[in-house]
Structure formats: structure tokens, C-alpha cells
Design a protein around this ligand. Structure first.
Ligand code: CMC
Length: 393
């Protein structure tokens, strides 16, 4: 099969046509369905953006209300899912728990596996949008050994997520007293909502291309997102900044480490496969970090360390030559932390944000009747040889 072109990491291979997200890495442009990320982050709310990504247009008031009601109608998670959750040790990483619970949803909703019509698809979409934030909140509550709550159906999507996470907790984190927290999380989720054919989205599309159900595809997406080169970077950034702080705050040692090719350490939250000028999401998040910490009266020394690290890296020839800039994960963790979200939960928050994107891409893939994803390879192993009996090996 001589015609096969090798492209490890698919750096130059388009896997599909898509009408969802436009990304220009040279110019730092990101648009969902034609709307700029800057404008959406400023003016839209997360549920509207979810609708836009999935169905292609901003909803009018009645469409949005119906969408919201359909989601609320599905927000109860089967009680037996709590038994599944209780079986995990408290030390379990929330991303492992979230991906397992998402997969377990298929067992409790067997009909959602077969999606042969647009109506079936809609039902599955609404179900996962409804239940996923409940599962996300439960992973946190379980870790803390706290009561598991259902969704408060009188609250908005983001507000009810915060309530499920922090109910009867420290009042400082309380959703009710904190519009700042609700608005900031809404904005963060919008910024994470889609990013065309990234690792987890490609995973969702490829799993879905075998006609495995939506929940199974999303569960695989959660697993892909977990890795530190992808969504797991938001946790890794904070751990790195903490390490710099504990080390006395000198960033230059870490810059040198990141440049050393014999050292596996990389500057977490830096670099991107597509953005080679700046990541527009990082710009918005950096500004939001200043605002949110100011509004909440949080003085976090690692924000200054992050800014110092960014400045030092941007002035360093290694980073200049390779066009490495802060990405979406660089400042997001500092905001999550100011909201009282534990570090291990950061990637779960990313997953809640990315859910509409995964759904939109999965739906597009199914509606376009795309063939099963099945890359080829260039074989470099042994040529034909004869079996050796065990005593001759
Ligand atoms: N620190 C130090 N060197 C880096 C970094 C970094 N963060 N990122 C890339 N490089 C170097 C890399 O060593 C290579 O150098 P050379 O040409 O000398 O071999 C060059 O830059 C190109 O990097 P690459 O690994 O070939 O680029 P890629 O497109 O395969 O990887 C990336 C992109 C995001 C995985 C990578 O930049 C990285 O590992 N960054 C740190 C992890 C991170 O922040 N991930 C979050 C990505 S953004 C959103 C998300 O998905 O969550």
C-alpha cells in the first residue's frame, strides 16, 4: 500500500469537514459558528453557546426556554449511580471517576445507545447535558465525603452546578452570595466549549464513528482530556506554579529546565498545536483572572509568579523561536482556585465546558454520515518468519 502518507499526531491531516468552529492559529482567531469568542464570552451565557454550537444558530427566547426545560426534565440521575460512585476510593482522581460515571450512564440509559434518528439524538443530547454537571459535582462531593445533591431546577445551568458542588460549604464560596463566581465560571465554560479537532474531540468523533452511543463517546473524550498535554494542563500549571513558589519564586530555573531537551519538564500552559501567535482564550482569561481575584478580594501570590513566568518566557529566544505562548490552561486554574475549586477538579471543569463541543462534533459527524474512523499505518516490523518452538527461543 504505497499510497499511504505518514503524519504522526495528524499535524497536517484534516479528518473531516466541519461547520462548527473556525480557528486561525496565525491570527489568533477563534469563532463558534461565525461568532467571535471575545463577543460570546462577553455577551452570551453558557447554555446559549451550547445551543449555538450544537444546532448552529443562537436560540431565540422560546427555543432557549424549551432547551432549558428539556434539560431540567432529565436532570435526575439514577440513585443506583450513587452506589457506583461510592465504590471508588476517596483518593481516586476526579477525571477517572467522571469518565467511569459517564460510561456507567449507558448502563442506566440503554435506549440512549441507539441513535438512529434526529429525535433519538436530541434525547441523548439533552440527557447528557442534564446529567453530566450532576456527575461532575458528585465527584467533588464524594472526594470530600459530603452529601450528594440533585440539581436545583430553579437555578440556571452554571449556578446549579455551583450549588451542587458547594452547598452547605464555606459561605465565601456560596453561589448565592457570589454573582462574581457564577459569571466568571460561565465565561470560563464558554471559552472552553469547543476547539475544533483537538485530541478529546477527535476521540469523541472516532469512537462515535463506530456508532457507539453518545455517552460512550463522551466518556472516551473525558479520558482523552485528562492527559497533561491536553486538559490536564490546567492542574499541572498550578502544581508547577506552587513548585516555583516553594522553591523561592525564581522562574529562571524552570525556564532553563523547560528548554533542556534531556529534561522531560515542559512549561505547562505554554505552547499549542495550532496557535502560533497567541491564544485568544488566554488573553481573555488573563484579564478575567485580574478582575475575579480583585472582585473576590483574593490575593494569590501565584498570580504574580504566573505573570513573571509568562514575561520571562516571552522574552526568551527558545520560546520566541518556537512560537510558544500561554494557552487557555495557563491562567484558568488561578481563577478556579479563587472560586474555591480544588486543583484536582480543574480538568473536570474543563470537561463540563467542553461537553457542548463534543456533542456538537459528534452530532455533525453522525448527520454527515461520516465513515468509521480508521487510520492506516506504515508497517516497520519483521518480515515473514517461521514459528520457533519454546525450547529453541
Ligand atoms: N515547554 C517547553 N518546550 C515546548 C513546550 C513547552 N510547553 N511546548 C512545545 N515545546 C517545544 C518542543 O519541545 C518542540 O521543540 P523542538 O522543536 O526543539 O523539538 C517545539 O516546541 C514544538 O513542540 P511540539 O511538541 O512538537 O508541538 P505539538 O504541537 O506537538 O504540542 C503541546 C503542542 C500543547 C502538546 C505542547 O506545546 C505542550 O506539551 N505544551 C505543554 C502542555 C500544555 O500546556 N497543554 C495544553 C494545550 S492547550 C489546551 C488544551 O488542550 O488543554
Amino acid at each position: 500500500s504505497g499510497a499511504i502518507t505518514l503524519d504522526p499526531g495528524y499535524k497536517n491531516t484534516g479528518a473531516c469537514e466541519s461547520a462548527i468552529t473556525f480557528l486561525d492559529g496565525e491570527e489568533g482567531i477563534l469563532r463558534y459558528r461565525g461568532y467571535s469568542i471575545e463577543e460570546l464570552a462577553e455577551k452570551a451565557d453558557f447554555l446559549e453557546v451550547a445551543y449555538l454550537l450544537i444546532f448552529g444558530e443562537l436560540p431565540n427566547a422560546s427555543q432557549l426556554q424549551k432547551f432549558n426545560t428539556d434539560i431540567l426534565d432529565q436532570s435526575i440521575v439514577n440513585e443506583d449511580m450513587k452506589t457506583v460512585l461510592k465504590g471508588f476510593p476517596e483518593t481516586a482522581h476526579p477525571m477517572g471517576v467522571l469518565s467511569s460515571l459517564t460510561s456507567a450512564l449507558t448502563a442506566f440509559n440503554p435506549k440512549s445507545v441507539n441513535v438512529d434518528s434526529e429525535e433519538d439524538m436530541y434525547r441523548a443530547i439533552v440527557k447528557i447535558l442534564a446529567k453530566f454537571p450532576v456527575l461532575a459535582a458528585w465527584t467533588l462531593r464524594k472526594k470530600n465525603g459530603q452529601t450528594l445533591y440533585n440539581k436545583d431546577t430553579n437555578l440556571g445551568y452554571v449556578e446549579s452546578l455551583l450549588k451542587m458542588m458547594f452547598q452547605d460549604d464555606n459561605p465565601k464560596r456560596n453561589y448565592k452570595q457570589n454573582k462574581v463566581v457564577v459569571n466568571a465560571l460561565d465565561k470560563l465554560l464558554i471559552l472552553h466549549a469547543d476547539h475544533e479537532q483537538n485530541c478529546s474531540t477527535s476521540t469523541v468523533r472516532i469512537v462515535g464513528s463506530s456508532h457507539a452511543g453518545l455517552f460512550a463517546s463522551i466518556s472516551a473524550g473525558v479520558s482523552a482530556l485528562w492527559g497533561p498535554l491536553h486538559g490536564g494542563a490546567n492542574q499541572a500549571v498550578i502544581e508547577m506554579l506552587e513548585e516555583i513558589k516553594a522553591d523561592g519564586g525564581d522562574t529562571s530555573k524552570f525556564i532553563e529546565k523547560a528548554k533542556d531537551k534531556d529534561d522531560p519538564f515542559r512549561l505547562m500552559g505554554f505552547g499549542h498545536r495550532v496557535y502560533k501567535n497567541f491564544d485568544p482564550r488566554a488573553k481573555i482569561i488573563k484579564k478575567a483572572a485580574d478582575e475575579v481575584l480583585g472582585q473576590l478580594g483574593v490575593d494569590d501570590p501565584i498570580l504574580e509568579i504566573a505573570k513573571g513566568l509568562e514575561k520571562a518566557a516571552l522574552e526568551d529566544q527558545y520560546f520566541i523561536d518556537r512560537k510558544l505562548y500561554p494557552n487557555v490552561d495557563f491562567y484558568s486554574g488561578i481563577i478556579y482556585r479563587a472560586m474555591g475549586i480544588p486543583t484536582e477538579m480543574f480538568t473536570v471543569m474543563f470537561a463540563v465546558g467542553r461537553l457542548p463541543g463534543w456533542i456538537a462534533q459528534w452530532r455533525e459527524m453522525r448527520l454527515n454520515k461520516e465513515p468509521i474512523g480508521r487510520p492506516r499505518q506504515v508497517y516497520i516490523g519483521e518480515t515473514k518468519r517461521s514459528f520457533k518452538s519454546i525450547e529453541n527461543r
